[in-house]
Unconditional design. Structure first.
Length: 87
């Protein structure tokens, strides 16, 4: 039972952290944006399609197909998509 409570506490703190990643105007905070970028790169190495899921259906499908072909092409594709400049 203590493990379930600890897991719940962890997820609760994680979601509060994600909520606080934005300043009072709804814009991303530069310090937390850098941290989230590092987490996204780590996620791209562990499971590439999950790291680009918010970049659109096309990007997700491309990375999913590349990952099905092999793990290395999926990681490279995810890192390229994550490295694109934002407008």
């Amino acid at each position: 039972m203590a493990e379930v409570a600890a897991l719940f506490h962890f997820f609760l703190r994680f979601f509060v952290f994600l909520q606080n990643c934005f300043n009072e105007y709804g814009k991303p905070d530069p310090q937390t944006t850098t941290f989230m970028s590092c987490l996204r790169v780590l996620l791209a190495i562990i499971f590439p399609p999950l790291s680009v899921i918010d970049k659109g259906c096309g990007s997700f499908l491309i990375v999913l197909i590349l990952t099905a072909i092999g793990w290395v092409p999926g990681v490279i594709g995810a890192l390229i998509i994550l490295n694109k400049n934002r407008d």
